[in-house]
Design a protein around this ligand. Structure first.
Ligand SMILES: NC(=O)c1ccc[n+]([C@@H]2O[C@H](COP(=O)([O-])OP(=O)(O)OC[C@H]3O[C@@H](n4cnc5c(N)ncnc54)[C@H](O)[C@@H]3O)[C@@H](O)[C@H]2O)c1
Length: 332
């Protein structure tokens, strides 16, 4: 399976030149998160369309708008379709491109840390509907991904933490140097952290793109994280929720696999240093939580595929009955 080709830069001028070389006067459109147009100035010759995005417009309506632009610009399957933005924009443009004429040529320019280390990679696309987040989607690998770290100069602390937690997750799954770099505050070397985080994801994806087995490792912290996000009505950020999910997972790993408790202690100290929460109490009752968790895409017949670690770089999938999981969560 062919994964995306990645190009790096740390200045918008270099990104602009990379895009010029790539587009090379061919038929193209660039969809950009409208909040970015005041941040980056791209070559005025590019065909650029601003899309107003947020989690509540990550829906079919916005997909229709994107398709409409593709048709009115007379794009065909070989046209170059480029999405510049965070995970919301890349999921939307990815889905619209994957279904336009049964699949056109997609490239992504992630503008958030989470996008750079996670959302742009691996081909998951999708949008939300009344049944939940990302319930409709496709697997569709972008041809190219352009990572420009100048985007990170303008993102908020919460968005930065969302990405740092995903990078740490990659570290726990497959590269302990990422953890060391982040704990030692080597954020001046972001490009290295990004490259290493992507490598962990690609090592997993090359064996299991469609999430039948190993790709589920990437859900470390996410089963509980999603539950917290939903229970808090999304007032808790994704990174914060996943961080608490990972802490809880490490605690479970300690009892099931004798995971050294120093891993949880160090992670907890890091979260404290970042002024992030380390605990959460659920508002919903057991049966409401059961209903939320049953909608998780990783659940079949009341059993959730749950990711733990036996050690750093040794992830493991276990079958956890929903009732047992809820008992661990609500009897803490
Ligand atoms: N496809 C995947 O594999 C995958 C993986 C993880 C997450 N996701 C999806 O990604 C989404 C979250 O992505 P996200 O965290 O990047 O959020 P996002 O795309 O909503 O961006 C977060 C906010 O930052 C703004 N923003 C983006 N870039 C900016 C910049 N450079 N400077 C200033 N502001 C900027 C956006 O306008 C938005 O307000 C969720 O919808 C999630 O489902 C997908």
């Amino acid at each position: 399976m062919k994964l995306s080709e990645i190009h790096y830069s740390n200045k918008f001028d270099d990104l602009d030149s990379q895009l010029k070389n790539f587009i090379n006067q061919e038929k193209h459109v660039i969809f950009i998160d409208s909040k970015l147009s005041s941040i980056i100035n791209l070559d005025p010759k590019f065909k650029i369309f601003e899309i107003e995005i947020n989690e509540s417009t990550k829906d079919l309506n916005t997909i229709q708008k994107i398709w409409k632009i593709m048709f009115s610009e007379s794009l065909d399957r070989s046209s170059k379709i480029i999405g510049i933005g965070g995970g919301v924009l890349s999921d939307l443009v990815g889905f619209a491109t994957s279904t336009f004429k049964r699949g056109a040529n997609l490239s992504l320019v992630p503008s958030t840390f989470l996008g750079m280390v996670d959302a742009a990679h691996g081909g998951k696309t999708g949008f939300n509907n009344e049944f939940g987040k990302n319930q409709i989607g496709t697997f569709f690998i972008p041809e190219k991904i352009f990572i420009c770290t100048e985007f990170l100069d303008s993102i908020s602390e919460i968005e930065m933490n969302n990405g740092i937690i995903e990078s740490l997750k990659a570290g726990f799954l497959g590269d302990k140097e990422i953890i060391e770099m982040i704990y030692q505050d080597k954020l001046n070397n972001l490009e290295e952290i990004i490259k290493k985080s992507i490598q962990v994801k690609y090592n997993i994806l090359k064996n299991d793109l469609r999430e039948s087995n190993e790709r589920m490792f990437l859900n470390l912290g996410h089963t509980i994280g999603h539950l917290i996000e939903k229970d808090s009505n999304y007032s808790i950020s994704h990174g914060q929720a996943v961080a608490i999910g990972m802490l809880k997972g490490f605690e479970i790993s300690e009892s099931k696999f004798n995971l050294n408790s120093s891993i949880r202690d160090e992670f907890k100290s890091f979260l404290n240093k970042q002024s992030m929460k380390t605990e959460y109490s659920f508002n919903s009752n057991q049966s409401e939580l059961k209903e939320i968790i049953s909608n998780d895409k990783k659940v079949t017949s009341d059993v959730v595929k749950f990711v733990l670690i036996k050690n750093i770089q040794e992830p493991v999938l276990i079958d956890f009955s929903i009732n047992d999981l809820l008992e661990v969560l609500t009897n803490a």
